[in-house]
Design a protein around this ligand. Structure first.
Ligand code: OKP
Ligand code: ZN
Length: 345
């Protein structure tokens, strides 16, 4: 399978994130992509640099004021004080219910809060360049499918599925899966399905397509009653307006065993089949792995073969987008197992 990879991901390497009120080293690290790159190269997959510019697609997925903020956020931060070059900005105030989000505040930290869903998404000088390269990879993968390729993998970080139309969150800035889905629509696929198998509900992807019937969103994830992102991902979220019936959430309790997870995957795949999709985007989070340090499902390394084989049975042109997965040393093996099983099916 052709894999898109950009070395620019290393420009997004924040030192710390908040975890239970303390600053700890970031779970979402450059080492993750390095392990993935090493393993997929070792297994003979072809690596390519992104070739497409996602700018026009991004403008269809994200709000223009959010994109403008994100692209210039670091220079805005430095403009406050050149000493900020060595300081990580974090939001500390958010426009929750009753507060206004239509007026962009003049204060940088207030703007950062306006465009963030949490304080767990550190932003650094190279964040825009790294995130943009990931979105370019997603656009490139969709272009490859339009040219007749069966599948493609985006070995990208930072991830994207928590990023909504106008906010970052959960280590995500630009919604790569949404970019891929939109690109597939633009290249002539009448119906697209996004299947999100990350441990965490893809709230950003859900919200971007919630009112649309052309892009089905199906997600299998830890129950948001106890798991991040907490405020979205419940089973009763079915879509709205024209999109009613085109969102399916399959939340599972933390601690769910692999066999139960695969039964839910069958239900997810049935819904994708009923959509009669022309193409599939898989938000490939690998934090369902038993050894993941922040997640509570228990898939084994071998189970990722089973996942790839099950997805291949759908028989659809497929873009795989790397999302989460924080057991970095095993991440490459788990990702490559999905891709190899898909290729061999
Ligand atoms: C991203 B992805 C917050 C720390 C927890 C949330 C987890 C984000 C997971 N201070 N961060 O879906 O793998
Ligand atoms: Zn995740």
């Amino acid at each position: 399978m052709i894999a898109f990879f950009s070395p620019l991901h290393v420009l997004h390497a924040p030192a710390n994130e908040f975890f239970r009120g303390q600053l700890v080293p970031c779970f979402e690290s450059p080492a993750r992509a390095a392990f993935v790159l090493e393993e997929i190269a070792a297994r003979g997959h072809e690596l390519r640099a992104p070739t497409a510019d996602s700018r026009d697609l991004l403008a269809r997925i994200h709000a223009s004021r959010y994109l403008a903020f994100l692209e210039s956020a670091w220079s805005q931060w430095l403009a406050l004080d050149p000493g900020n070059a060595a300081v990580q900005p974090f939001p500390s105030v958010w426009p929750v219910r009753t507060l206004r989000s239509d007026v962009e505040p003049g204060n940088f930290i207030a703007r950062l809060g306006l465009y963030s869903m949490d304080n767990g998404t550190p932003l650094v000088a190279g964040t825009w360049a790294a995130a943009k390269a990931g979105a370019d990879a997603a656009a490139s993968a969709a272009r490859l499918l339009a040219a007749g390729e069966r599948s493609a993998f985006c070995a990208t970080r930072p991830p994207g599925h928590h990023a909504g139309a106008d906010f970052m969150g959960g280590y995500c800035f630009l919604n790569n899966a949404a970019v891929a889905a939109q690109a597939l629509r633009a290249s002539g696929c009448a119906r697209v399905a996004v299947l999100d198998v990350d441990y965490h509900h893809g709230n950003g992807t859900q919200s971007i397509f919630y009112g649309r019937a052309d892009v089905l969103v199906v997600s299998l994830h830890g129950d948001p009653r106890t798991e991040y992102p907490f405020y979205l991902g419940h089973a009763d979220e079915a879509g709205e307006g024209e999109g009613l019936g085109f969102n399916l959430n399959l939340p599972l309790p933390a601690g769910t065993a692999a066999d139960t997870w695969f039964s839910a995957l069958d239900a997810a795949c049935s819904r994708v089949e009923r959509h009669r999709a022309d193409a599939l985007v898989v938000s490939l989070g690998l934090d369902t792995f038993v050894g993941d340090p922040i997640s509570k499902f228990s898939l084994s390394t071998g189970d990722f073969h089973r996942l790839g084989a099950r997805l291949a049975k759908l028989g659809l042109p497929t873009v795989f987008i790397l999302e989460g997965g924080y057991a970095a040393a095993e991440l490459g093996i788990n990702a490559a197992n999905v891709l190899d099983a898909f290729d061999q099916a």
